[in-house]
Design a protein around this ligand. Sequence first.
Ligand code: GLV
Ligand code: MN
Ligand code: MN
Length: 418
Amino acid sequence: MNLSVNAARLQQEMDTLAGFTQVEQTGREGERAVTRVVFTNDDMQARAWLRVLYEEAGLQVREDAVGNTFARWVGSDPGLPAVGTGSHTDAIPHAGMYDGTLGVLGGLEAIRTLQRVGVKPRRSIELVMFTSEEPTRFGIGCLGSRLMAGTLDPARADALLGKDDLTLRQARENAGFQGDLAQVKLPVSYYSAWAELHIEQGPLLERDGVQIGIVTHIAAPASYRFTIDGLGGHAGALLMPDRRDALCAASEIILAIERAALGTGVIDTVATVGTVKVHPGAVNSVPSRVDLELDVRDTEPGRRDEVMAHIRSAIAEIEARRGVKVSETEINADAPATSSEAIVESIQKACKDLGLTNRRMVSRAYHDSLFIARVAPVAMIFVPCRDGVSHRPDEFATVEAMRDGVSVLAETLLDLAR
Ligand code: GLV
Ligand code: MN
Ligand code: MN
């Protein structure tokens, strides 16, 4: 099909969306820092701006109780289950401008591209902007899609305490999203198919000169919170032999986590401690308590569980030796997802039609598609990003790569909506 993606407009809209942030820029060339935490002013302004774009494209817009936003291009047979696409626009602290946003603005451009061709899909095509794919505020990723899939208990979700001490319930209601979270769950067979466009966030496509990645599996993520309780005191007066320093214990735990992940000998195992909170946090006070968050992932959930077993036994040893007490809270331990072969083939067909080189691959990052896969057949379309960098201000994808991804998405959506 002859598709004319308006790549210049897409780039312009990506740049505008990147402006909805307060974060300090690095000043280095080619970097665009973005922090956009769910339900902050930046997030709310971005949502309002997106809504105007959806309405200009003639899409029917609705929002659910957690703020997931649905923009529907109504098909000629509107009673049929729709074809879905979309991603997120929230961004972790000091991130880049492509993660998630390409799936939303690129999804919109795919719809506009099809509208320009003059085709009318049989099934409706629905673009989704998910609330809080990133765990920054409420500690758990994919909030909106978990609730849509029914894999997160609505009462537990509403009680989640954000970093600013507001619960999800308070934060969403302040943002204007009222109603019962139980209603966020999608009805059975809501989507006949789902395809998400995203930057790869890894180096393989660029390195091997491949234009499109077709995701066949999404690795299984898990996260845990550990609290280490020791003994605080005066940094000058508490004698070294008498100490039970929580931060020293935490340091050993972090290194044990790194050893456990490396110990599988498999490149697919990763473990990261990305937040550490020290109490009371004064230079002349021995740390009495430390909270840390662990993110651990693997393509094989069984191997991920073995890594956790190693970590727990290391913690038990550190606890005994250092006289501290460690408590563990599981935040999430999710199963991996497998793409639908039919959608993978549809994407492959689109690539062939458009003359784009492609390869099947695993996603090591998680995405809302991980949860939509619980309630609909899914697959994902990856485009290369520079040096595989993501979650950093120097995250970058070329306008040509974005255009290719949108072209493939447009053809795929049309095929799935037939
Ligand atoms: C998503 O941002 C992830 O951490 O994989
Ligand atoms: Mn991300
Ligand atoms: Mn993302």
